[in-house]
Design a protein around this ligand. Structure first.
Ligand SMILES: Cc1cc2nc3c(=O)[nH]c(=O)nc-3n(C[C@H](O)[C@H](O)[C@H](O)COP(=O)(O)OP(=O)(O)OC[C@H]3O[C@@H](n4cnc5c(N)ncnc54)[C@H](O)[C@@H]3O)c2cc1C
Length: 389
């Protein structure tokens, strides 16, 4: 086999999932992650439809994921006094199995950490491809040479920037921002998510695990992505004066250990690889919120590793096949994210009323099974090749 030494940038979901499969196929992956340790936190992510579940099954982690699932109930839309206005069935929001992003990342990391080299607290600073490999320099560590490099470093991928050019060429802002963090000690919660809206602003409080999700409409904002305090100020300003439990949520935000903030944006790029370097997960076809990004990352990691194995490490064959297999699937999943912002945070009072009426219709048993099929359609739109387990 050729090209055994593979550098993966990013240790969230896509990176460890790829390392998992590569190791099983006899490759020698190294994962570099900019954060000083595995990143906990993040919102609940869900898996839906046979393709997602089959990949979790093939990885042998489906039972473990189920054991950690959130068991979230309905999404209940409330008025400013917390009274129910409408409800959306659990499946629509949480799929077949829902788990906190951090728990999922931990499961895959634990399955790989003894066999895979993880380097935390570092980042790739340059990539130079030669006929035999890729020379890599790092912000902290000594330079090294790898056979292949995979960017699994998210929406703001460094591998994509170094290989394909500035982020602004590939990121399409969808008019919304999303913010999530845990809020453990909130009293009176059951297992239902509650969502309160005022025009252009949505605040949701999860049940049991009590994750919060704030989604607000905004043109692109200027801010430092590495400065959470600055981002919290933006959120605080945006949510000032909003009713319901919002002021408590904002107070809790300042103490949250796992604050996440980003624009709801899609990545659009013509090609997922150049030479010995390829993109995986959010780095190549991310959509932040509502784009089934976690399921997509898990499925595509399996395909990329499977194709490298099938091609005996020949990246020219494997990268081309990987892109042929997943491109349309990824685009279909991305498309679903276009509704996430307007759905979770309609811009006008009329839009909120209309959305609530739709929620009511969706909870009727006949329509709900139709909409369940619709949400599962994108996630299931791939014929999964049968790679060796
Ligand atoms: C802490 C966290 C919280 C999240 N919360 C939400 C949320 O609330 N809502 C939502 O829609 N999506 C959220 N996401 C994104 C979601 O996890 C992804 O859409 C999806 O799981 C696909 O995962 P991915 O592995 O492709 O990308 P990501 O999960 O984005 O992971 C990318 C990884 O690469 C690392 N990284 C970034 N730059 C570099 C670099 N230069 N060098 C090395 N490593 C780098 C990041 O620290 C991260 O660990 C969150 C991601 C993280 C990391």
């Amino acid at each position: 086999m050729t090209n055994r030494n593979v550098l993966i940038s990013g240790a969230s979901i896509a990176g460890p999932a790829l390392a998992f499969w590569l190791r099983r196929y006899g490759f020698n992956p190294t994962v570099v992650e900019r954060a000083p340790a595995l990143r906990e936190g993040g919102f609940a992510v869900d898996f839906r439809g046979p393709v997602h579940l089959e990949v979790l099954r093939r990885m042998g982690i489906l039972d473990e994921v189920r054991a950690k699932q959130t068991d979230a109930g309905e999404m209940i839309v409330v008025d400013r006094d917390g009274r129910r206005l409408a409800g959306l069935p659990a499946y629509f929001i949480s799929g077949e199995v829902e788990i906190l992003r951090g728990d999922l990342s931990r499961i895959i990391y634990d399955r790989t950490k003894d066999e895979v080299e993880y380097v935390f607290g570092d980042s790739i600073s340059s990539l130079t491809e030669t006929p035999d490999g890729v020379e890599v320099t790092f912000e902290r560590g000594a330079p090294r040479t790898f056979d292949l490099v995979i960017g699994a470093d998210g929406l703001h991928s460094a591998v994509r920037r170094l290989t394909f050019g500035a982020e602004s060429r590939f990121l399409r802002h969808l008019g919304y921002y999303v913010c999530g963090f845990s809020m453990p000690d909130h009293p009176g919660l059951d297992n239902h998510n509650r969502l309160y809206n005022e025009p252009g602003r949505g605040a949701s409080l999860g049940g049991v695990e009590a994750g919060t999700l704030l989604v607000f409409a905004s043109d692109p904002l200027e801010y430092d992505r590495r400065d959470p305090q600055q981002q919290m100020k933006i959120v605080e300003r945006t949510y000032a004066g909003m009713g319901w439990e919002t002021s408590k949520i904002i107070d809790a935000m300042w103490a949250a250990p796992d604050f996440y903030f980003d624009s709801i944006s899609q990545v659009h790029i013509d090609r997922l690889s150049r030479g010995r370097i390829a993109l995986l997960g959010d780095a190549g076809y991310g959509a932040t919120c509502g784009g089934l990004g976690t399921g997509l990352a898990i499925v595509c990691a399996h395909v990329l590793a499977g194709e490298l194995h099938a091609a005996d490490g020949d990246h020219r064959v494997a990268f081309r096949r990987y892109e042929e297999i997943i491109r349309e699937y990824a685009t279909g999943c991305q498309k679903t994210s276009e509704n996430a912002g307007p759905f979770l945070s309609p811009r006008t009072a009329f839009g909120i009323r209309r959305r609530n009426l739709m929620y009511k219709a969706l909870s009727s048993p006949r329509l709900s099974s139709f909409f369940n099929k619709l949400t599962t359609k994108a996630a299931s739109g791939l014929r999964l090749p049968d790679y060796p387990r």
